[in-house]
Design a protein around this ligand. Structure first.
Ligand SMILES: *Cc1c(COP(=O)(O)O)cnc(C)c1O
Length: 729
């Protein structure tokens, strides 16, 4: 595979060897391969050298190895158990990296191993120290490439290295979200510059709006998969162009179209420079759809007529759409397209009208160029991310296929999943090792292996769950202490930050992007009723909120403020909490440690959702609207539902009925089940539900299951025909 043999004329060496003692110098190799993030034993190699520095660096091995005191390294050198663990982890790492021919993919499809799949996404959620993701889409991309590595797919990924990343969220005393941006120091990230042999950055470029923009490339090694990140902050660009890749999802249209041109067009060119000739292109959401235009240009340049070129692209392109909200799709007004593509369409041997026809969309505000339309027109293989979302997407885009009945519209669905090793708590993983057998991780998408969850003794499962919950509360207290230490924090913010949480109380988690359709305030809609539940003697409830609103989403920010104002009020007794700056690290603590995971989108707007899958894997019970993945996952016992399997026309009426259903289920089922204890203090019904939830949901909503479906339903049908025929002979 590509990652093992670099193209000639390039240098992609790890930039830093940290002057480590020879015996443990390969910690540097681990630091520059994100494999360690989903292998707990590898993480411990860092942590066990110096726990304090590890925490202090927010689990960033690159910074850690630079900063860890020499005497701590020397102590590790003289610790036999440490060295044994080191040797063991490095052996696993080497075996993993060299096992190219024994992976699932190589075993199943040896004939396809040299047909790279190029995966494009604007965001990748790989680890909290790489803030190049905003939310669910990024986490899915990150999980996708981790699993591609585990299964041995010949996948290469393309995205952005944003110089400022996504913002850090701070909540003012009045509940207003403040977005803080800081410039990332790439020195501190596990990114490997792509340099030429003289040590200069290798550049990809694209011309638009009367100038040429250059981007350099950074490689992030994600197990066996290489992810190439583009960054326009190079000396050859003007000052303003150097800012183009500074932030995610800017609302400035020109900046946005520039970013998407860079991702799609300069991204394909970057792959060419790196020596890739992908057989399949996967666009994870429409932001990267301009890659179609670059491929069209290449094919026209090579002498193909438009129709042939279109057919070639259609066959080899996969498009995954992620949002059922029409406003969530990128569309550009025509003046922007004129400004940015007037030099480009002649290269396609097209005139302006032909070019605009590729993606023309009539909007109430005028004509637009729609990324999703471009993507659908040029992708024979398109999918939504849950069964319901597939239906909604077919309906929503039916106008693109005027002669086809809605049910036959060629948009299928593959329900999302999560990367199991990334999201599973280590203690639970140990429990699964003991009771599911040593092979469970190799067979994690096989439901049969999960039947053994029933053999986990109740007291053990409960002990691990209680441990994880205490861990969450310690973490929250520590953060609250950090707030107080800042000195300019009002005491009520410290209380809102969770200091009064109690590990013995039923704890509900609600953490997600604050978009109004997600209705964070649904559970707060009848405060009198909720306050009775929060403070009921003997069976209280506490609720932890977290989540960012997009900086330009004013209603989202007002929603945070509404929630925060209620959180600050004394009658809730400190049992309502809002935690700042939701990220992958906080997500992991919450999804390991709460009892119930609440999800209240206005149906059918949650295309899939994945956080609830992470909850289920960790024995946290879902309490959710029948939307997205939960509509497929719920079986009557493995959690609870809010509302019914239909959507109302009237949003207010929907909110009222959903709220009533929510309170009723909470009062009549969830709270009693949690507090109903056996003589030795175990909530038996609750534990039975936890086991049922783990057993039924962990295999099905794994990225392993999902990626195997992408392979057979999307990637392989997209491979050139003669290769698939060869297989049948
Ligand atoms: C999993 C995850 C998400 C996506 O979860 P949803 O269910 O789509 O809200 C968003 N942000 C973080 C940090 C996550 O870990």
């Amino acid at each position: 595979m590509k990652s093992e043999s670099e193209p000639r004329g390039q240098n992609q060496l790890i930039p830093n060897n940290f002057n480590l003692p020879r015996r443990i110098k390969r910690l540097a190799d681990l630091a520059y391969n994100l494999w360690w993030t989903w292998n707990a034993d590898a993480e411990r190699l860092f942590r066990n050298i110096d726990r304090y520095t590890w925490e202090d660096t927010n689990h960033n091995p690159v910074v850690f190895l630079r900063r860890v005191p020499r005497q701590r390294l020397n102590a590790a050198l003289h610790n036999r158990r440490y060295l044994e663990a080191y040797d063991h982890v490095l052996r696993s790492f080497d075996d993993y990296m060299k096992s190219g021919s024994s992976t699932w993919y190589a075993q199943q499809f040896p004939e396809h191993c040299n047909q790279p799949i190029a995966y494009f996404s604007t965001e990748f959620g790989l680890h909290q120290t790489m803030p190049i993701y905003a939310g669910g889409l990024g986490i899915l991309s990150g999980d996708h490439i981790k699993e591609a590595s585990d299964l041995g797919l010949p996948l290469v990924a393309v995205g952005f290295l944003y110089t400022q990343g996504y913002f850090v969220q701070h909540i003012s005393e009045d509940g207003w979200q403040e977005a803080r941006y800081t410039r990332l120091s790439f020195d501190n990230l596990p990114v490997i510059p792509v340099l030429d042999l003289t040590g200069e950055p290798v550049l990809t470029s694209v011309k638009f709006a009367g100038r040429e923009i250059f981007a350099r490339m950074w490689r992030v090694q994600v197990g066996r998969v290489s992810l190439y990140l583009l960054d326009t902050d190079v000396a050859r660009n003007s000052d303003s162009d150097r800012q183009l890749t500074s932030r995610l999802y800017t609302s400035d249209l020109e900046m946005r179209v520039s970013q998407e041109i860079i991702l799609g067009i300069a991204g394909v060119r970057a792959l060419r420079i790196l020596g890739y000739n992908p057989s399949v292109y996967h666009m994870n959401e429409g932001h990267s759809a301009f890659l179609i235009l670059e491929r069209l240009r290449e094919l026209v340049d090579a002498g193909h007529d438009h129709e042939t070129a279109r057919q070639i692209i259609r066959k080899s392109t996969v498009f995954t759409t992620h949002t059922p909200v029409p406003a969530g799709h990128d569309e550009f007004p025509i003046w922007i397209i004129d400004k940015y593509f007037n030099e480009f369409w002649p290269k396609l041997k097209m005139d302006r009208d032909q070019f605009l026809d590729l993606a023309r969309h009539q909007q109430p505000w005028g004509e637009a160029f729609a990324m999703a339309i471009l993507a659908f027109r040029f992708s024979e293989h398109a999918n939504g991310v849950s069964e319901l979302h597939g239906q909604v997407a077919r309906q929503m885009w039916s106008f693109l296929w005027p002669d086809t009945e809605v049910d036959n519209i060629p948009i299928t669905h593959i329900t999302n999943g999560i990367h199991t090793s990334t999201w599973l708590a280590r203690r639970l993983s140990n429990l699964y090792n003991r009771y599911l057998g040593p092979d469970w991780l190799q067979n994690l998408e096989n439901p049969v292996f999960w039947e053994a969850v029933q053999h986990i003794p109740d007291y053990e499962l409960w002990a691990v769950h209680r441990h994880l919950k205490r861990k969450l509360l310690y973490y929250i207290q520590d953060r609250a202490r950090g707030l107080w230490l800042q000195g300019n924090t009002h005491p009520v913010q410290v209380i809102a930050g969770g200091v009064l949480l109690d590990p013995n109380v039923l704890t509900i988690g609600f953490a997600r992007r604050f978009a109004t359709y997600k209705r964070a305030d649904l559970i707060l809609s009848d405060m009198e009723r909720l306050l009775r539940l929060l403070n009921r003697p003997g069976m209280p409830v506490q609720i932890i909120f977290a989540g960012k609103a997009h900086p330009a989403d004013e209603p989202g920010k007002r929603l945070i403020q509404d929630v925060y104002r209620l959180v600050k009020q004394h009658p809730n007794g400190g049992r309502l909490v809002f935690l700042e700056d939701y990220d992958m690290n906080l997500a992991r603590y919450l999804l390991h440690g709460v009892d119930v995971w609440l999800n209240t989108p206005r149906r059918p707007n949650e295309a899939s959702g994945t956080s609830g899958m992470k909850a289920a894997l960790n024995g946290v019970l879902n309490f959710s609207i029948l939307d997205g993945w939960w509509r497929e996952g719920y079986n009557g016992f493995n959690g609870w539902v809010i509302g019914d399997d239909f959507s109302m026309e009237n949003a207010e009426e929907q909110d009222r009925t959903d709220a009533e259903s929510l309170y009723q289920t909470l009062e009549e089922s969830i709270i009693p089940a949690y507090y109903d204890r056996s003589s030795d203090g175990l909530p038996l019904e609750w534990l039975a539900r936890m086991k049922n939830s783990i057993q039924t949901l962990a295999p099905r909503f794994s990225l392993r299951r999902m990626l195997k479906e992408y392979v057979t339903e999307m990637y392989h049908p997209a491979l050139p025909a003669h290769d698939t025929e060869k297989k049948d002979q």
